[in-house]
Design a protein around this ligand. Structure first.
Ligand SMILES: [Zn+2]
Length: 313
């Protein structure tokens, strides 16, 4: 038996046929066309899924289920309630997709799905509990306990990006202030760098962006930190401390076996991982007890397809 996973993103939809162990057998993709009506978008995805399945050498009879990871939220009836990137609001994804492929269709949040993928075929495989953090433009979270996704009683659990990290802090896109993702995302790194450049315009970062601060990205700031640039170092240290505090909150609350760092910022690799591991102990409450291992995600961009395919009821 095989499963089909759809990684639904704002620019493209990656589709894969995945075996029971989480290995991708064949891939396909379609461009996200938010200009098309919802029903036509789904028709294109289903056509690509059928084509990818055919290329994998498997038949529809062998498909156990279909899963979709979306940057948003769905209810138990397979209705996507909220998916801003695709302008999907209250769209019946499951029913629409089943018009083309009549199999069980499951929908999960993209960060949750990536966490599930890591717990099946990645760095947290075989663990009793894990929390996955996507450190990207925003911050997403995924909780897997006993091999199953925990999305909360109302489907909105693991939204760690909008836990408050600083009272009356930086305004967030959600309407609150001081949300964790305002301090632990790539966006936060860029903001903190720009703030520092006001006072230290002689920084290497200013030269690297050619004086155009709109060109600053998180990698540029971390690279400057690696090379000993004072602004880069300051922002990096601050970022690591925010992240370590956020991780401590997750440990205090859930005490998972592993916390996995994924998303664009995690591409900084051991430079980030070593710093976070070093910063964490000072915040840990039960210092004499073992606590969550901090690891980097290993599946990269395939996590979306694998995790979506692994979704179950
Ligand atoms: Zn927020």
């Amino acid at each position: 038996m095989v499963r089909i996973g759809l990684d639904v993103g704002g620019t493209g939809i990656q589709i894969g046929v995945v075996d029971q162990d989480g290995r991708i057998l064949e891939k396909g993709s379609v461009v996200t066309r938010i200009d098309l009506p919802f029903s036509e978008q789904v028709a294109q995805m289903a056509a690509c899924a059928q084509d990818t399945l055919r290329r994998s050498g498997h038949t529809l009879e062998e498909v156990e289920s279909i899963g979709a990871g979306v940057p948003g939220i769905a209810d138990e009836n397979g209705v996507v309630i909220f998916c801003t990137n695709l302008s999907w609001f209250n769209v019946p994804f499951r029913t629409e997709f089943q018009k083309y492929i009549d199999k069980p269709v499951y929908i999960g949040n993209d960060a949750t799905v990536a966490g599930l993928a890591e717990s099946v075929a990645g760095v947290s495989a075989g663990t009793s509990s894990s929390v996955f953090l996507t450190l990207g433009t925003g911050v997403g979270g995924g909780i897997v306990i006993g091999g199953k996704v925990w999305s909360g009683a109302h489907g909105v659990g693991s939204e760690v990006g909008h836990m408050t990290l600083e009272l009356d802090g930086v305004p967030c896109t959600c309407g609150n202030r001081g949300c964790l993702e305002r301090y632990c995302s790539a966006t936060a790194i860029i903001r903190m760098a720009k703030e520092q450049l006001q006072v230290h315009p002689d920084s290497k970062i200013m030269a690297d962006c050619g004086g155009d601060q709109s060109k600053i990205n998180a990698r540029m700031v971390f690279d400057a930190a690696k090379e000993g640039d004072p602004v880069g170092e300051k922002v990096f240290r601050r970022y690591v401390n925010y992240l370590a505090q956020a991780i401590n909150s997750i440990i205090c609350f859930l005490d998972p076996e592993v916390i996995v760092l994924g998303g664009g910022v995690s591409k900084a690799g051991s430079f980030l991982l070593d710093a976070v591991r070093a910063a964490l102990p000072r915040y840990i409450f039960y210092k004499q007890m073992p606590y969550a291992r901090i690891e980097l995600a290993t599946l990269g961009s395939d996590a979306g397809i694998i995790g979506a395919a692994m979704l179950q009821q």
